[in-house]
Ligand binder design. Sequence first.
Ligand code: SF4
Ligand code: SF4
Length: 227
Amino acid sequence: MTSEEVKKKARALGADLCGVAGMDRFEDAPEGYHPADVFPSCKSVISFACRFPAGTLGCRTHVPYTRVRNSLTAKMDGIALDLCIWLEEKGALSIPVPANESQWDAGTGRWRSIVSQKHAAQAAGIGTIGRHSLLITPEFGSMVWLGAVLTEAELEADSLKERICNGCNLCVEACPVNALEETQMKQQVCWDYAFGDDGEKQIWRIACHKCRDICPYNLGVPAGEHA
Ligand code: SF4
Ligand code: SF4
């Protein structure tokens, strides 16, 4: 089984982008959240992304953005599950990383996915993490949702992307609750403001994506501007 075959399969299952990372690219992972901490026989991390319609940023209701996020979560989990089954049919034990489930890490005082989706995507050469802490891809900017699979298959890793974020700080200035003022995003401050019930309309919604809206690369990198 080759890296190209795996990526072709991921695309056939519905992924728009896919890349592979080796274990050597997770040295900075917090204790307990390295792929090998989660799945000791892991040899490769397969990361994939699906496009997120940019129109959801420009409408006057939070409903479409919230719906797309929820739908894509289910889609990414479905792709990850099907990819695991396909890999296991080929003899490589594999596990899905849930697209939108986090657990409390008392060691660092943050909520974390079992393996960081954003760091896996960066390590797999899909894009680079911007100052707003979102992944930016050359093709679709930050308008992507991420999924990942940990596998025993030893696959050739993709090249890393050069940094895309230009450090303009527009996202930092746009945040209404200053959640980005420090290098590490104030996770709870963002979530308390952006996620929750709309008291008037009585729905759960995502009420803020200003850091995504303002970024000059939220729709991708114009041809010729990125190596
Ligand atoms: S989503 Fe809103 S609250 Fe959260 S960091 Fe971005 S701008 Fe700030
Ligand atoms: S708005 Fe500027 S600083 Fe923030 S992620 Fe985009 S390019 Fe980077």
